[in-house]
Design a protein around this ligand. Structure first.
Ligand SMILES: [Zn+2]
Ligand SMILES: [Zn+2]
Length: 397
């Protein structure tokens, strides 16, 4: 039987018993009707066969105390017969078993229930029934709810960002209110929200056979409404809780990057999974090194003779011993060279490179010997004009 049947079919009427019939009365009525309409006694009578099926189905539900309870509750919620969606559609005062609601683990397997129903443009009906019935019997009736995602920020030093770091992160998040055990109700007995019948969501048709789902405004998406709101949380059932967590930031993170830490957000409700934590990372600048993706950058001053004649130049690395770079003779100012594997750690554990930019430094305080040597150099290169090409090019266009 489907949950649709639960709402549309009046099994009491089928068996001809009152709603408050005892189990024995139900059994007796079934036996009598089953004998009367049994296919063996009505060979070839299609109507009798149909009736027999109905009787059996009614007995399947009313003859099983657990199923009968579900059936009664479903009909109390949705009215006898027609299902009315939207405000006013539900039966109102429907107290939940709090042990089931907030006890955590949802019990049991799924009943046949909502499958196949509400799929064709019914929009949300499947959810409603799924939420109410798919937990197998008298268990949870309100769907578990995933905890909220939390957004947080962290500032790392340049080196921490390159190497990865575990940092303490203080966060305030939503947790169940301690005063009312998350029910939102002073006495711990909230009722199901009549607007969304406990799903926390309402569907709104768009006209084209589609429907959109919004969080229910009346219960703020909780599916429950406090009868006597808790003083501490004002009926929301949620409280702010501050906690400090150690968060692992992976190596190679960039300034402004947003990292997702699955399941580190707010705890879920009613056994639902926790939300995710998103951390926006800020990275402090380093006085010497810069970042270009996986590569680190550094600018290294060299003397004019080192650039002109070539030589070996020591270059600092981040967190490691210096490397020696061979400058070829005639290295121009601003040339960038590459020290392989001295960059930032990549996801696969390998490292990027260190990009070394050469900057020819001009001495401001020359000793007498150096001055003489430079004067001699000036004389030796008097015939050269470094700006000849510049002026030529300036004329051209
Ligand atoms: Zn609601
Ligand atoms: Zn509370």
């Amino acid at each position: 039987m489907s949950t649709k049947d639960f709402v549309e079919k009046d099994y009491y009427k089928v068996l001809g018993v009152p709603k408050d019939a005892t189990d024995a009365e139900v059994k007796k009525a079934y036996r009598k009707l089953a004998r009367e309409y049994h296919p063996d006694a009505n060979k070839g009578d299609a109507k009798a066969e149909e009736r027999f099926k109905e009787i059996s189905e009614a007995n399947d539900v009313l003859g099983d105390p657990k199923k009968r309870k579900e059936y009664d509750e479903a009909r109390a919620l949705f009215g006898n017969g027609g299902f009315r969606a939207g405000p006013g559609g539900a039966g109102g005062n429907f107290n939940f078993d709090l042990g089931d609601l907030f006890g955590g683990a949802p019990g049991g397997g799924q009943t046949a229930g909502a499958g196949g129903f509400g799929g064709g443009g019914g929009g949300g009906l499947g959810d409603v029934f799924g939420g109410l019935f798919n937990r197998g019997g008298a268990g949870t009736r309100v769907q578990p709810r995933r905890g909220q995602d939390i957004e947080s920020e962290v500032t790392l030093s340049f080196t921490e960002a390159v190497d990865g770091a575990t940092v303490p992160l203080r966060m305030s998040s939503q947790a169940p209110c301690k005063a009312c055990s998350g029910t939102g109700d002073k006495n711990g007995t909230p009722r199901v929200c009549p607007t969304c019948v406990g799903t926390g969501q309402v569907s709104r048709g768009t006209g084209g056979g589609f429907s959109l789902t919004d969080p229910c405004v009346d219960c703020k998406g909780r599916g429950l409404i406090a009868q006597d709101p808790c003083d501490v949380c004002k009926g929301s059932g949620r409280a702010k809780s501050a906690r400090t967590m150690q968060v692992r930031i992976p190596a190679g993170v960039l300034d402004g990057q947003r990292i997702r830490l699955r399941g580190k957000g707010s705890p879920g409700e009613r056994g639902g999974p926790a939300g995710d934590l998103y951390v926006v990372v800020h990275v402090d600048a380093h006085p010497v090194f810069g970042r270009k993706g996986d590569n680190l950058t550094v600018t290294v001053p060299v003397t004019f003779p080192e650039a002109a004649l070539g030589g070996e130049v020591k270059v600092p690395t981040l967190g490691g011993p210096p490397v020696t770079l061979k400058l070829p003779a005639g290295t121009p100012n601003g040339r960038t060279m590459r020290a392989r594997g001295k960059g930032a750690v990549r996801k696969d554990g390998t490292r990027g490179d260190l990009l070394v930019t050469v900057e020819v430094s001009v001495p401001t305080d020359l000793g007498a010997d150096a001055q003489d040597a430079l004067e001699a150099y000036r004389k030796a290169t008097a015939g050269e004009d470094p700006r000849a090409e510049l002026f030529q090019a300036a004329k051209g266009a």
